[in-house]
Write a protein that binds this ligand. Structure first.
Ligand code: SF4
Ligand code: SF4
Length: 422
């Protein structure tokens, strides 16, 4: 066995866990997952069939965990998994999967190819086959606190702008607050209106809230690149700050993977339950409205639709909350075809948008979203993930489509009855 063979093979072997082995042994190779994946439907290329993207990992499983596979390896009959093959395979694993989870919804035997992609990324990253752009983003998360290199001083500048614009103080490191608000890099850099909107909504509800100078970034590059140690460290940073400040609830911002990482995977990653709740900002706004702590007024007269972020709707189960918030305001609310838990990804989740190499493929697969928007006949699309929003903005520009994109949080803030009374 050559040194390079050892490295890649061993890394994949170590990434295999019990669920991964169970998934591979259950797969009946029916190919149904292909039609659920936009990388296949928009290209028609068989290599983008979800289960095919996992072929090297499947071979490692077969050679290590089945009698036939072990015998084949022993007698030199099994095809080796080489580092060269893994390097060539990297675009299928990192560029052509957003870990959207749609394929898992159609698999007749319950295989979750997205989970297996994550496991494969774990092995690929350990063996040095992750794309440079994602590796650099992950490294900035550790050294600078944010994958985009956003420092606290940038957040402070945004705080000052919000305070000047809206006339309230943005609390920082306020112990005992009801809520700790986090932001994604995109919200700090591209959508400064998010922080102002969160503050307006929580102030209107007379809730106490704070930012934490030691944990302001919610994005988890560890989940995207497939490095559990990094994912754990990033979750722990937020947990430490939240528990130090003794907040009741941490608000995950308009970012899909941040929500999955913090709410659903975080306790397992750090090996214990949290001493606080985690809610997506959609859930917080919905609860405040339903309990009468905020009221909405006015209407959005234009026809509009909602793009379900995969991690929030399909994987996170939060698909009714945005609709309850939007339907009251938009008499012309129109669902996209295949909306809710079966919605199609924007094409840039799971670290794909941070991977420059993937850009042409990302634009190609956006054709699915383009057709969904055109079929809904709307000129305004609202969503609740800043990454989806950036990916869609770039793709709409690429295709010359004149579509307005909004975040649910800013829409809610703009229609607060409490502010309208003033
Ligand atoms: S749908 Fe499920 S069983 Fe069929 S090929 Fe895909 S992963 Fe395997
Ligand atoms: S998780 Fe989504 S992008 Fe990845 S293989 Fe499945 S359907 Fe395709």
């Amino acid at each position: 066995m050559s040194a390079s063979f050892e490295k890649g093979y061993r890394a994949l072997m170590e990434a295999l866990d019990t669920p991964a082995a169970a998934f591979f042994s259950s797969c009946v190779n029916c190919g149904l997952c292909a039609e659920a994946c936009l990388f296949y439907t928009e290209t028609g290329e068989a290599k983008y069939t979800p289960i095919h993207k996992l072929e090297p990992l499947r071979r490692v499983w077969w050679q290590e965990y089945t009698v036939l596979g072990r015998l084949a390896r022993m007698f030199g009959l099994a095809k080796p998994v080489t580092d060269e093959e893994l390097e060539a395979w990297s675009p299928l694993v990192y560029d052509a999967c957003t870990m959207c989870g749609r394929c898992a919804m159609v698999c007749p035997v319950g295989v979750d190819p997205g989970y297996l992609i994550r496991k494969m990324r774990e092995g690929m990253a350990a063996a040095g086959h992750a794309p440079q752009g994602i590796v650099e983003a992950a490294s900035r998360s550790i050294t600078m606190g944010s994958p985009a290199g956003v420092k606290w001083v940038t957040v402070e500048a945004q705080i000052r702008r919000v305070e000047k614009q809206f006339g309230f103080t943005v609390p920082v490191d306020q112990a005992g607050s009801d809520y700790l608000a986090l932001m994604s890099s995109w919200e700090i850099l591209n959508f400064p209106e998010y922080l102002g909107a969160v503050g307006r909504i929580l102030n209107a509800a007379h809730a106490t809230w704070t930012l934490a100078s030691e944990a302001y970034e919610a994005t988890n590059s560890g989940i995207q690149i497939g490095v559990s140690d990094l994912a754990r460290e990033l979750v722990q940073r937020i947990v430490t700050a939240a528990e130090k400040l003794k907040v009741r609830c941490v608000i995950s911002p308009e970012c899909g993977h941040a929500y999955t990482a913090l709410r659903w995977e975080g306790p397992n990653l750090i090996g214990r339950p949290y001493g606080f709740e985690v809610r997506h900002i959609l859930e917080v706004m919905d609860a405040l409205k339903r309990t009468g702590r905020i009221r909405l007024t006015g209407t959005l007269p234009q026809p509009l639709s909602y793009h379900d972020p995969c991690q929030i709707s399909r994987k996170g189960g939060v698909f009714e909350a945005p609709r309850r918030l939007l339907r009251d305001l938009a008499p012309e609310f129109r669902e996209m075809e295949d909306s809710g838990t079966m919605n199609w990804c924007c094409g840039g989740g799971g670290g794909v948008s941070a991977n420059e190499r993937a850009e042409p493929l990302r634009y190609k697969v956006f054709q699915k979203k383009r057709r969904q928007i055109e079929a809904a006949g709307v000129k305004t699309v609202v969503t609740s993930c800043a990454n989806c929003r950036v990916v869609m903005e770039e793709a709409l520009e690429h295709y010359g489509m004149d579509i307005e994109l909004l975040g649910v949080t800013e829409v809610v803030a703009e229609h607060l009855a409490e502010e309208a009374k003033k």
